[in-house]
Design a protein around this ligand. Structure first.
Ligand code: ARG
Length: 571
């Protein structure tokens, strides 16, 4: 139990003895404040809300309460106006916090709120035959971090890569390949070549409008199982997946399912039948739609006039499938903000179908990755390829290592961990809905608020432990005064806050809470390291300080892991 919880429990018990039985310890916990400056105490409790129940002025209540609050983890209580300002017995708190972390290790901050219930998370989901864009990078890193965070909260995440492997664009691609394609070229550089075929298709359409119709026809053939169409489609898919796998391997992301859109091809008739039975399908210009006028939304397109199904149809089938397969606590979709309407429509259609569980589905939108302030477009071939970004980041790190630490063992792996870490962290340190401007410089600086900065703080702390001959232990007996500095206390309060930060990140599906937290912890630790002697101290003082360092190592490592970053011990 964290010290704040202990304080809340004490206050709640004291209040009960004063005759207030309406405030639970959880409610008290929620009322606790952090005083604006440490001279006013470590925690403050405002008494305004009690005036009615106790029929007394808040300052009187504060005085009475302060007089009765004592004992660990408190050192002193003072009434100041309507507030009770509480000073902690910092040594006692330090012992508790460090002891908990050293005992629990990587499980520190785990919670059981998820009760093992499943949470399918739709993430990454790139489109076959197109490059893995920076938008898909965002979905991958945000989704993977959220999956880790949900797992830490006691849920069982199911990472689903809902590949964009179905739809009219495959008809177009087949047409383009049959007209201008070259097998050897596709084999050599599948995505590049398929993309250029796709781009060419859109160029040639300007002069030859029959191409669009041919594309539609070929997609229809594909849906109907035509052999040539199927064969080409499968080949495009396999080749693309091979390339995507390289990226996932580099980033160390794995999926529990790669059921893409095509997987639902034979599950869509059922959706259409259900919609019909429930009387929800209406005709509009030959197409079948679900009307959403009552929600002020455009209709949801289910079937085109030529009978072809759509993105939304496949998402409906996927939603039913996920509900049936996972009986989920929540179902998450980590998809760009530009698809907001699509998901609103999807949920409304499911609601109209009578599925109350649709209320547990959440679209987790994120902002765009812009280049020079503009949107990147695949059609015009204006994209930054993620592979290039990762390769560049890794080679930049390699150079730094060669310069600063050429004898480092495991150089290649560390360069990968740090280079990829830079790219991931660049994304996760800001709230996901903010647009991100793509900039090589920003993505590849290793100073300031970056992943490599945090990784470096962790590696420095590990090196301290090695040099100090730290022996792992779970019982903490601090030498008196060893952690009696504002620098040490700042580290301890941050360490104590980790479980709350995870909870907030989970409740808001917001990994940037953890991104900001690890930066804060790294900076605060660096200040401690710069101002407090560690190795050149008496044995017992040194041992106490090293225990704090070991706790920092554990929390930084776990924080980085949640974000999807490795924490090398040397770099
Ligand atoms: N492939 C889509 C795209 O790149 C994203 C799919 C998101 N997931 C979903 N279930 N709709 O835009």
């Amino acid at each position: 139990m964290s010290y704040k919880h202990q304080v809340a429990e004490k206050i709640a018990a004291t209040l009960a003895s004063m005759g207030v039985d309406t405030l639970t310890k959880e409610a008290v916990y929620g009322m606790l404040e952090t005083p604006p400056n440490p001279a006013m105490g470590d925690v403050a409790f405002p008494c305004f809300q009690l005036a009615k129940a106790l029929r007394k002025a808040p300052p009187m209540i504060a005085a009475e309460l302060a007089g009765q609050l004592s004992g660990a983890p408190l050192r002193e209580s003072q009434a100041v106006g309507p507030y009770v300002n509480l000073f902690l017995d910092q040594e006692n708190v330090a012992e508790q916090v460090i002891g908990t972390i050293l005992t629990q290790g990587s499980t520190y901050g785990n919670s059981h709120v998820g009760q093992g219930r499943k949470v399918p998370i739709d993430l990454s989901s790139p489109n076959i035959a197109k490059p893995f864009s920076m938008g898909h990078l965002r979905s991958t890193v945000i989704g993977n971090a959220i999956a880790n965070i949900m797992e830490k909260q006691g849920y069982e995440p199911v990472r689903i890569n809902h590949l964009g492997d179905w739809g009219t664009q495959f008809g177009k691609l087949i047409v383009a390949y049959r007209l201008w394609g070259d097998e050897t070229k596709v084999k050599a550089e599948p995505i590049k070549e398929l993309l250029s075929l796709y781009v060419r298709f859109h160029e040639e359409v300007e002069n030859d409008s029959t191409l669009e119709d041919q594309g539609r026809e070929w997609f229809k053939k594909l849906e109907d199982g035509d052999e040539e169409a199927q064969h080409l489609w499968k080949w495009f898919r396999d080749e693309s997946l091979k390339e995507f796998m390289k990226i996932y391997d580099l980033m160390n992301v794995a999926f529990d399912s790669t059921h893409g859109e095509a997987f639902y091809n034979d599950k869509m008739d059922r959706v259409v039948t259900l919609l019909e039975e429930k009387g929800l399908l209406t005709e509009s210009d030959g197409a079948m739609v679900v009307n959403l006028d009552e929600y002020n939304m455009p209709p949801c397109l289910i079937k085109k006039s030529d009978g072809a199904t759509l993105y939304a149809t496949r998402d409906l089938a996927a939603a039913l499938f996920r509900h049936e397969s996972y009986d989920f606590a929540k179902a998450l979709y980590v998809v760009g903000n530009e698809q907001r309407l699509h998901f609103q429509q999807l949920y409304k259609v499911l609601e109209k179908m009578g599925y109350a569980w649709s209320a547990n589905m959440h679209h987790i939108p994120f902002g765009m990755m812009l280049k020079d302030g503009k949107k990147m477009s695949t059609r015009k071939g204006k994209v930054v390829l993620l592979e290039e970004v990762l390769a560049q980041a890794i080679s930049d790190v390699q150079k730094v290592i060669e310069e600063k630490n050429p004898t480092l063992s495991n150089k290649e792996e560390v360069a990968r961990q740090v280079g990829v870490g830079a790219v991931i962290f660049h994304d996760l340190k800001n709230f996901r809905l903010n647009d991100v401007n793509f900039s090589w410089e920003e993505m590849l600086t290793f100073e300031g608020e970056t992943g490599p900065y945090v990784q470096y703080a962790h590696a420095r702390a590990c090196s301290l432990l090695r040099r100090g001959g730290y022996q792992p232990a779970t019982t903490v007996n601090l030498a008196s005064g060893a952690l009696d500095s504002k620098e040490a206390w700042a580290v301890i309060t941050l360490l104590n806050a980790f479980p709350e930060v995870i909870e907030r990140a989970a409740d808001n599906f917001d990994p940037s809470q953890i991104g900001k937290y690890v930066i804060d912890l790294a900076q605060t630790f660096n200040k401690f390291y710069a101002n407090v002697r560690i190795l050149a101290e008496e044995e017992d003082v040194k041992a106490s300080r090293l225990q704090l360092v070991a706790a920092v190592v554990a929390v930084l490592k776990e924080g980085l892991r949640l974000l999807g970053l490795a924490a090398p011990e040397e770099m």
